[in-house]
Design a protein around this ligand. Structure first.
Ligand SMILES: Cc1cc2nc3c(=O)[nH]c(=O)nc-3n(C[C@H](O)[C@H](O)[C@H](O)COP(=O)(O)OP(=O)(O)OC[C@H]3O[C@@H](n4cnc5c(N)ncnc54)[C@H](O)[C@@H]3O)c2cc1C
Length: 492
């Protein structure tokens, strides 16, 4: 965009949001060139609207000028979802962070997109409720971003992902219209499930300006167990054994030896340093049920090779164990200056062979790979350790990531469990969808965004990336591991 066009656009945007909340200063917009992925690209203009009506007007101005629009919430995307690869305008929601309503009697809350995930649960707690989806980044990421990626988290095994907890959306479309799909609805909706269509569409079809979510009573009791295993294979087989036994815990998380060492060094939560793998398991509900399920689960764990099963003795110990797990990515800074995290899914029963293959990739390439993941869902997060300042290492880990995603797809899984496709995996999406599949998705997208202006360059393979293409040069590329997750602050 040339300077004169940018100035004209800026003037129009400032007329909507005020001078302070639209800017194009090269130093200021640099802050909006990145997210938690390794990619970067500079926007032309950044806008921080204060209301849904302002968002709609901003979108309309951009669409009329044929300027790309990228929605950005907390920018914790690990898939480059917010990186404006075709430049244009980044719209961010820092000012739209109000909880508009808590309707406990109907188990609903209504929020603006910039509400931080954990803040919603904290606001609900005094009423005896919480918002269930709990990404490990929940201290930073927002409900708007969660809608964009259809975020998951440790407790999605039993309770489902974001799409299962969102009942309605208000959306700003490329036409400049502000429309509502779904709402406070109870029971099943009549007509098309457009809410389900928009959740997980990564800002490519519209921008969520208001979100209706389900809330749930806090479980009366939660019991957290840590089962200690000699290796990941035994632990993986235990995951299947637990599910086969008829118990569906709220969460089953796995950490391998390397991860345990990093997590324990960072959290001092009591993770056993000599373990080959641990499972963190949680059951919740009424006391009698939790007691019984906890005992049955501990028995299955022992029978499937656990050398020890430890039950968190109080809430403080339970919180410490979860703090360790949820701070795992930031803890990787203890092991390596940088890491590259993958997000693939395999059928639960394929965990042992997939992890063995990942181990073989590590042995062949010489790059250490940690595994800390939502084992109950078969949702792997291999973390490839490297040093971005050593020539060739970043390119090598990208190839490793690609190989891992292919493994997951070949095992009958998928190339993303929860982080989305974004920029990172738009070529890998071909591992799971045919050209015809992608064509149908593209046609649906174009119904809402006929000129392809909403978050262009994302999700679909082969889209032209113009303007400031993402940089993979070491001086721009991966930020240091401890910084990516905001240090230990990521978990509150
Ligand atoms: C340490 C760490 C741990 C993580 N753990 C998890 C985890 O357990 N589970 C998980 O699912 N993810 C996890 N993530 C990834 C990330 O936190 C999620 O993808 C999260 O949903 C992104 O939220 P955000 O507010 O940061 O959104 P952003 O990163 O700002 O945006 C994400 C995507 O949504 C789009 N978007 C943003 N706002 C809107 C809107 N208002 N309307 C429409 N589209 C929008 C963006 O364009 C982008 O494509 C983790 C990330 C980190 C750094």
């Amino acid at each position: 965009m040339d300077a004169a066009t940018r100035e004209r656009l800026l003037g129009r945007l400032r007329a909507v949001v005020g001078d302070r909340y639209a800017f194009a200063d090269p130093y200021e917009v640099r802050l909006y060139q990145y997210d938690a992925s390794p990619e970067t690209a500079l926007p032309d203009v950044v806008v921080i609207p204060g209301t849904a009506a302002e968002v709609a007007q901003v979108v309309k101005i951009c669409a009329d000028a044929e300027v790309p629009i990228t929605a950005r919430s907390a920018a914790s995307s690990l898939a480059g979802g917010t990186v404006p690869v075709q430049r244009g305008v980044v719209i961010t929601f820092a000012r739209m962070d109000r909880i508009l309503e808590i309707d406990a009697d109907n188990l609903r809350a209504v929020v603006e997109p910039g509400v931080v995930n954990l803040s919603l649960s904290q606001a609900l707690r005094p009423h005896g409720y919480y918002y269930v989806p709990d990404p490990s980044s929940q201290g930073a990421c927002t409900i708007g971003g969660n809608v964009g990626t259809n975020a998951g988290g440790p407790h999605t095994l039993l309770y489902g992902v974001t799409v299962n907890h969102v009942t309605g959306l208000e959306l700003a479309l490329a036409s400049g219209e502000l429309v509502q799909v779904g709402g406070r609805k109870a029971g099943s909706a009549s007509g098309y499930d457009l809410t389900g269509l928009f959740v997980g569409s990564e800002g490519t079809m519209g921008i969520a300006t208001k979100i209706w979510v389900k809330i749930q009573p806090l479980p009366p009791v939660q019991k957290t167990l840590m089962a200690v295993y000699p290796d990941v294979e035994t632990a993986s087989n235990a995951v299947s054994a637990i599910v086969r036994s008829g118990i569906l815990p709220a969460a089953i998380e796995m950490m391998d030896k390397l991860s345990i060492q990093a997590i324990e060094a960072a959290s001092h939560a009591g993770y056993p340093l000599d373990a080959g793998a641990v499972l963190l398991l949680e059951v919740d509900g009424i006391p009698e049920l939790v007691e019984e399920l906890g005992e049955r689960m501990a028995k299955v764990c022992r029978e499937s090779g656990a050398s020890e099963v430890r039950v968190a003795k109080d809430e403080a110990e339970r919180q410490a164990l979860w703090k360790g797990r949820k701070g795992a990515f930031s803890a990787m800074g203890r092991l390596s200056p940088d890491f590259y995290v993958m997000d693939g899914v395999v059928p639960r029963t394929k965990l042992p062979e997939t992890l063995a293959k990942i181990d073989a990739i590590s042995a062949r390439t010489g790059y250490k790979i940690c595994n800390v993941f939502h084992a109950g869902d078969g949702n792997l997060h291999p973390l490839v350790l490297f040093d971005a300042f050593k020539p060739g290492q970043y390119e090598a880990v990208l190839r490793i990531g690609d190989e891992i995603l292919k493994l997951c797809a070949d095992a009958g899984g998928s190339v993303t469990g929860e982080h989305g496709i974004g920029l990172e995996k738009r070529e890998n999406i071909r591992y799971i969808f045919s050209d015809d599949d992608l064509e149908v998705m593209d046609r649906i997208r174009h119904v809402f965004d006929p000129h392809g202006l909403m978050n262009p360059g994302k999700v679909f393979p082969g889209e032209v990336v113009e303007g400031s293409a993402p940089s993979r040069a070491p001086d721009h590329a991966p930020r240091r591991a401890a910084n990516v997750a905001g240090g230990d602050e990521i978990w509150v």
